[in-house]
Design a protein around this ligand. Structure first.
Ligand SMILES: [Zn+2]
Length: 653
């Protein structure tokens, strides 16, 4: 991965007597050959000096913004040296750290460990996030620790990763020390990768699977870009030519938007599985994207996922290369601090959707419809009265996935608040410079600083952000950010939509896009009944109330998440019966009568609501400049559809 590191490796091979513990790379072989049984194994050789040694496994996972390291699933740890098992003890305070004493004369310790893998794995594919298996010296900066990785997978499985492949061999030899250890499946293949650092390895996940395709994207662009796909069904990993063309557009559009690259190669890693679970995790030279098995099978299924790849790709610049200083720590043990996540995630949320529209992953009108849904939901978020966007950033590590009453808790509001904030900034720059400048000029400065750097992390603070914004447009950016970020605001920042030539309105009709979402019937982000802006209820396809809007009609009627609507009026619950009831009650004094299952009891409730169905959309303000369509227009020529044949780069069945 690093030219520098390969030189170091060559030097240690040539002059082994000069090698110190720090100069000799750790060797790790990740054995994924039992992935279908939800087990990974690792053999790790760690250079050590005699005496007390502390080894550690990652806790604060970059991009998760939280201490999610899966230490609880690391099992079967054995350390041995010179053919003898070594005693170990876990640290009493830091449960990710292991202490052992290395006997005199010993220069390397062999560690074996197993990992139980509850997710991101199926019978046909697996995703390796290295924190499942990593072990390295504690209290040393992770960018100073060299490591040489290998990965063993079942025979015939393809591999996608940004790691640099050096060669392949059979399964690693077993040591004979662990009599009952699980051994790699017969015929498993081990791929060896170039020496890197623990910091870079943690940032370089691996996907592998029986049904594997690798497609080059935008072949005219350097550095090179690929999408690697594994799927549970053989046909799914052979992506549609239209999608590949859109992804090539995305590579061009990101290049135009950010005027730089901070990787030597980029791999979109995509798993298509209904079993392995969803994911979207950014890395500097790759992204780990997991969707349902039909998630990209046609434009309708693609819609809810349309910004996933563009979002994670954008992170290579915004979040990975440019990292808020307090989110970048020297190791994975020091707590990360979430302030500025409204840039890291917020500007990425904005650009992920903008680039998706520019690339054709969604249409301009779908972009507007989805922006309306997001803005309306934020504007109605009652928790905004007690809690600033900055507070949601600071507390991100404890608030990642609220499920109940989330309009009051706010959870990760910094994503969508950030999207509106950066749209506000973009339209402001466009308006005040008569369309001569835009947020793109700021991104060229802020994200393109240093040009093409290769993989690198450069921290920033709010002062630098303000300075770079002022370079594009002299303005009170400090005041702008203080108002929208630091203070609780009773309403969402709708200035960007307004200045963009549109108005957020509510009508009795779902937008085309909202209809498509509803037609997906209970998919990852679709399905159910949206009565949020009328009754204050989000309802699953089976009638279960998934959320109640704080201070809404439903809240005042004492409804709660988890209750199930069984009947509407004198009919059984269905999307149709609820919609009919909303229509029937409109303009009358007749309440909406619901029969509810609440744990084991049945109750009834009358909702006094007479304004009919209400759904958000954006309405064009005639005569104003249409900045929204201007913003979502491609900056580069569109890719011509490639030949329909795929070119798998590795064998697959
Ligand atoms: Zn993100």
């Amino acid at each position: 991965m690093h030219k520098l590191n390969r030189t170091v490796l060559a030097a240690t091979l040539l002059f082994p007597t000069l090698a110190t513990a720090q100069k000799t790379p750790i060797q790790i072989t990740a054995d994924l050959s039992e992935a279908p049984r939800r087990l990974y194994h690792a053999e790790i050789v760690l250079p050590v000096k005699p005496g007390p040694v502390s080894l550690i496994t990652p806790q604060w996972i970059p991009g998760n913004h939280a201490p999610t390291g899966p230490v609880a699933h690391i099992t079967g740890i054995v350390f041995y040296a010179n053919g003898q098992k070594l005693a170990w003890r876990r640290d009493d305070v830091n449960l990710y750290e292991y202490h052992l004493t290395v006997p005199a004369g010993v220069t390397s310790v062999h560690a074996h460990l197993d990992a139980i893998v509850p997710d991101r794995v199926s019978r046909h594919l697996a995703c390796l996030e290295w924190e499942r298996l990593l072990l390295y010296p504690a209290h040393v900066p992770v960018h100073d620790i060299l490591i040489e990785p290998s990965v063993t997978v079942p025979a015939g499985w393809g591999i996608g990763t940004a790691l640099i492949k050096m060669g392949t061999s059979g399964p690693p030899p077993t040591t004979g020390i662990l009599e009952d250890a699980h051994h790699p499946t017969v015929g498993a293949v081990t791929t060896h990768y170039g020496v890197t650092t623990v910091e870079q390895l943690e940032d370089s996940p691996v996907i592998t699977g029986q049904y594997f395709h690798e497609f080059p994207l935008a072949p005219d662009v350097t550095p090179k870009h690929y999408i690697d796909v594994v799927s549970d069904e053989p046909e799914d990993s052979n992506l549609r030519p239209e999608l590949l063309a859109e992804l090539s557009n995305l590579v061009h559009e990101a290049g135009a938007a950010y005027a730089s690259h901070h990787y030597t190669v980029y791999h979109f890693l995509l798993t298509l599985s209904d079993v392995a679970g969803g994911e979207g995790l950014e890395h500097g030279q790759s992204s780990d994207n997991g969707v349902g098995e039909k998630g990209f099978s046609d434009p309708v299924h693609q819609l809810p996922e349309s910004d996933l790849l563009s979002h994670e790709f954008t992170h290579s610049w915004d979040g990975k290369y440019r990292r808020p200083a307090t989110l970048y720590q020297p190791d994975f043990a020091t707590p990360q601090q979430g302030q500025l996540l409204w840039v890291y995630e917020g500007m990425t949320q904005y650009m992920g959707n903008v680039l998706a529209a520019r690339s054709g992953l969604k249409t301009q009108s779908q972009y507007r419809d989805m922006l309306a849904m997001s803005a309306a939901s934020l504007d109605d978020e009652t928790g905004r009265n007690w809690r600033s966007t900055e507070d949601t950033s600071i507390a991100s590590s404890v608030d990642r996935h609220p499920t109940l009453w989330n309009s009051w808790e706010r959870g990760q509001a910094y994503y969508q608040e950030g999207e509106l904030l950066w749209l506000d900034a973009d339209t402001l720059i466009r308006e005040k410079t008569d369309g001569k400048k835009s947020l793109t000029d700021f991104q060229h400065i802020f994200l393109g600083k240093g040009g093409d750097t290769g993989p690198l992390i450069v921290p920033y603070d709010r002062a630098e952000l303000i300075k770079d914004l002022n370079e594009v447009l002299p303005y009170d950016w400090a005041g702008f950010l203080h108002q929208h970020i630091d203070l609780p605001e009773p309403h969402a920042d709708l200035e960007g939509i307004k200045r963009g030539g549109y108005e957020l309105v509510f009508t009795d009709k779902l937008t085309q896009t909202a209809k498509l979402f509803a037609s997906l019937g209970g998919g990852r982000r679709g399905g159910g009944v949206d009565a949020w802006y009328s009754l204050g209820l989000r309802i699953g396809a089976d009638g279960t109330i998934s959320n109640v809007l704080w201070d809404s009609i439903a809240d005042k009627a004492q409804l709660a998440p988890g209750m199930k609507i069984v009947g509407v009026g004198n009919q059984l619950f269905s999307a149709e019966s609820l919609h009919q009831a909303l229509d029937d009650a409109k303009g009358t004094t007749k309440p909406i009568h619901l029969l509810l299952a609440n744990d084991n009891d049945l109750t009834t409730v009358d909702l006094e609501y007479h304004d009919g169905p209400k759904y958000p959309s954006l309405k064009r303000v005639e005569g104003s400049t249409d900045y929204l369509d201007e913003i979502t227009k491609p900056l580069s020529p569109q890719t011509v559809l490639p030949e329909p044949s795929a070119h798998p780069s590795q064998p697959n069945n």
